[in-house]
Design a binder for this molecule. Structure first.
Ligand code: UD1
Length: 405
């Protein structure tokens, strides 16, 4: 039996890593008693949607991911071109490998493209095909202008097993008519990674290399580390339109006069800064200097370390809203909506939209915020074990059904 797991873009890597580990445990027989004598071969497919050392390779190294068995090398392109190219190349791989299950994670173009291929493929004249498992199913921003929302909806409705991170996801899927037996509320594999790599991240040297260790003139913040903020922005709706990007940067000017802001900039964002002539918002890389400091995309362990000690995190990412909730770090999300409402109702996240006044206000509120939120239900580091357990059980059932025919 082959289990094929797909990764493509940066946020996929930390979501897939714990599942690969749990499948490895299944393969070495640890799940044998519970799930029969399944022999699992794990095939890791990297679509190459993200391909840079900084966006991909360093994550493989930090997360201890094995080298992909198959690399599709699709690279960048328009949504249609990128999705189509992944589909075209992935179809050949599925036909050659004939996996029993295809596991897709998250909401990127690689997720929907591979789910679509697996849903329509036919291994034989009976039309048998792999089971499709979607990890991080059910999240909804209710904003169809977001490419990820389209990817989430389509992937969920193609999947046979839907693994959900928070209770809102279960409600959304029920509302959309997804059969109850397909839905599994298991927790969050991104949090599995965070919890298992947190102590390794503590050994990161990023605070020293950014000059965030020695107090000097700087005010002290969390964990005996000088006070700084962390910023990430990459949503097309925020950075591809000059006016919106400008509003966000102006909204952060006040914060940048009170502490340094470390800005880990996605390649898309960096391109726009140059194109829109926004360089004046950034200070040169000087230790501890106030202002927004532009950094290359950070590697996973360095980013976790910076997130953990930040006084406040400002972001438009999905996953970072969840990681800050888990770490108890105040988060300001510069979007009008979130598909992860539990980070607001229970966690440390607040929505600020993209207007400068509102961003300033929410930053001030969040800076004064004392104490952490609650850790959401089942965010306990065991989501991947639950997922692999459920997949093996389902495959075992299928085998028994076929044998009984
Ligand atoms: C993708 C995901 C988004 C996720 C984000 C995380 C979709 C629809 N979007 O957006 O959900 O939050 O990844 O990073 O799948 N580029 C590089 N090097 C790389 C990869 C990209 O320079 O390794 C540049 C390319 O110029 C490319 C641009 O970044 O055109 C955007 O990359 P793309 O994968 O199309 O989308 P993201 O914005 O990264």
């Amino acid at each position: 039996m082959k289990a094929m797991i797909i990764v493509g873009a940066r946020p996929n890597f930390m979501k897939a890593a714990p599942i690969i580990t749990a499948l490895g445990a299944a393969r070495s027989g640890l799940h044998r008693l519970a799930f029969g004598a399944q022999e699992i071969d794990v095939v890791l497919v990297h679509t190459g949607q993200h391909y840079d050392a900084a966006m991909s390779d360093s994550f493989f190294a930090d997360l201890g991911l094995p080298k992909p068995d198959v690399y599709l090398g699709v690279g960048s392109g328009s949504h249609a071109a990128q999705t189509a190219e992944i589909m075209r190349r992935f179809e050949e791989v599925v036909l050659a490998e004939k996996p029993g299950v295809v596991i897709v994670v998250g909401d990127v173009n690689s997720t929907v493209a591979c789910a679509l291929v697996a849903a329509k493929i036919a291994y034989d004249s009976n039309g048998s095909r792999p089971m499709i498992a979607h990890v991080e199913a059910g999240l909804r921003s209710f904003d169809r202008g977001m490419p990820e929302e389209i990817n989430r909806i389509v992937t969920d409705h193609l999947s046979d097993m839907l693994f959900v991170t928070e209770s809102s996801g279960v409600e959304n899927l029920h509302r959309e008519g997804v059969a109850g037996e397909k839905i599994h509320f298991v927790g969050n594999t991104m949090i599995d990674s965070l919890l298992s790599f947190e102590s390794k991240a503590d050994q990161s040297e990023i605070l020293d290399s950014l000059g965030l260790r020695e107090g000097g003139e700087m005010e002290m913040g969390r964990g005996g580390v000088p006070r700084y903020a962390l910023l990430t922005l990459h949503r097309p709706s925020n950075v591809d339109e000059r006016g919106t990007f400008l509003n966000i940067l102006e909204g952060l000017e006040e914060l940048s006069t009170s502490c340094p802001i470390m800005f880990s900039a996605h390649p898309r964002t960096r391109k726009r800064i140059e194109e829109f002539g926004l360089e004046r918002f950034f200070v040169a890389g000087k230790d501890g200097a106030k202002g927004i400091r532009l950094l290359e995309p950070l590697r996973y362990l360095d980013f976790v370390c910076l997130m953990k000690h930040a006084a406040i995190v400002v972001t438009d990412s999905g996953g970072i809203q969840e990681e800050t909730t888990c770490l108890g770090v105040p988060c300001v999300t510069v979007r009008e909506n979130t598909e992860r409402p539990v980070t607001i109702t229970e966690g440390t996240n607040r929505l600020a939209g993209t207007k400068r006044e509102r961003i300033r206000e929410v930053v001030r509120e969040q800076e004064g915020r004392a104490g952490a939120g609650r850790i959401p239900e089942k965010w306990d580091g065991k989501a991947a074990e639950r997922i692999v357990g459920a997949i093996l059980e389902e495959l075992e059932k299928k085998k028994t059904e076929i044998a009984a025919l």
